[in-house]
Design a protein around this ligand. Structure first.
Ligand SMILES: [Zn+2]
Ligand SMILES: [Zn+2]
Length: 326
């Protein structure tokens, strides 16, 4: 099973302005000087090998995550990252797409009008959802006012598929199960199990419920999990002033991972105001937190043959994680 991140920004797409680009280039040159790189050729090699910064930038597009297993592909959400996914797949002859919708906030829908397959006859896009009124809210965009085309003018075929909470849906040897997250208006995470691997996409979520008791029927979302994709919009100090905004912080994901023995946790849905430096600072804080808390959970991590605890990743647009590679 593999995961590809097409959009890791939350709430709003984040462009790199001219001054951001200048500062970025400046920082890369400073880092190359620090490393003693003394030629343009060596600079280019270091740049492309991720030796100066990896990633260069976290981007970018709003929420869109792809889960791949064998020849099967599943998307979660259709934020602006979905546009790039469409451009990537159009030349490859793929004619059917499966998209699981967490909720209807705009940052999770805005890519659909620019997803080329919906405009081309012969292509089918299936949108799986929990919210009963999802079709109505997705179609609002295509009323001829908010976007030039109406729903009936779209060339491709778009089907809605109502899913039931906690009920697995089989796709060959992959099963997809929706669980509830804590988010204004309700948001639903999707867990993918296939080929002995598992991945859960847990955005958007505030994670107000984290104890075994409070999670109740949602606890299996986190159990025996290889990868949790976690809403990490805010720094922990920001959480109190953003209560009920529906987003979380990396250290709470680390606590869940330590307790439930989740092998890898990927932080995503970065705040549109978060600079690279802030994301790196949050990542460093989460790493320290994991190290400090690990001894309390030592035995279960030794039993899981991962004695150093969970692997932490701050996701960026274009990142791929292969769960079959140890
Ligand atoms: Zn969002
Ligand atoms: Zn949301």
């Amino acid at each position: 099973m593999k995961v590809k991140f097409w959009g890791t920004r939350g709430s709003l797409p984040q462009t790199i302005s001219n001054s951001d680009a200048l500062n970025l280039i400046d920082a890369l040159i400073t880092e190359s000087e620090r490393q003693g790189i003394d030629s343009l050729k060596a600079f280019k090699i270091a740049l492309h090998q991720g030796q100066l910064a990896n990633p260069i930038s976290y981007g970018g597009n709003t929420s869109c995550t792809e889960v791949l297993h064998g020849a099967q592909s599943f998307f979660v959400d259709m934020g602006s990252g979905l546009r790039d996914a469409g451009s990537f797949y159009m030349p490859k002859g793929v004619k059917e797409f499966h998209i699981f919708l967490t909720h209807m906030h705009w940052d999770h829908l805005i890519g659909l009008p620019f997803f080329i397959p919906i405009h081309v006859p012969g292509y089918t896009v299936k949108i799986y959802h929990i919210h009963k009124n999802a079709p109505e809210h997705v179609k609002i965009k295509f009323n001829g006012v908010n976007f030039p085309l109406t729903w009936d003018q779209l060339g491709g075929k778009i089907e809605f598929v109502q899913m039931k909470l906690y009920e697995p849906k089989p796709f060959g040897d992959v099963s997809v199960t929706p669980f509830a997250l804590d988010h204004p208006g309700g948001s639903f995470g999707y867990r993918f199990d296939g080929g002995g691997k598992s991945c859960a996409v847990g955005v958007d979520g505030e994670y107000k419920r984290t104890t075994v008791k409070d999670l109740g029927k949602d606890l299996p979302f986190y159990q025996n999990l290889d990868l949790l994709i976690f809403d990490s919009q805010y720094e922990i100090a920001e959480l109190a002033s953003r209560f009920d905004w529906g987003h979380c912080t990396p250290t709470i994901g680390v606590d869940l991972s330590l307790r439930e023995c989740i092998k890898t946790i990927a932080f995503t849905h970065h705040d549109p105001w978060a600079t690279n430096a802030k994301i790196l600072r949050m990542h460093a804080h989460a790493t320290t937190h994991a190290k400090v808390q690990l001894p309390a959970f030592k035995d279960r991590w030794i039993a899981a043959k991962q004695p150093n605890g969970p692997k932490l990743i701050s996701a960026w647009d274009g990142l791929e994680i292969d769960l079959d590679v140890p």
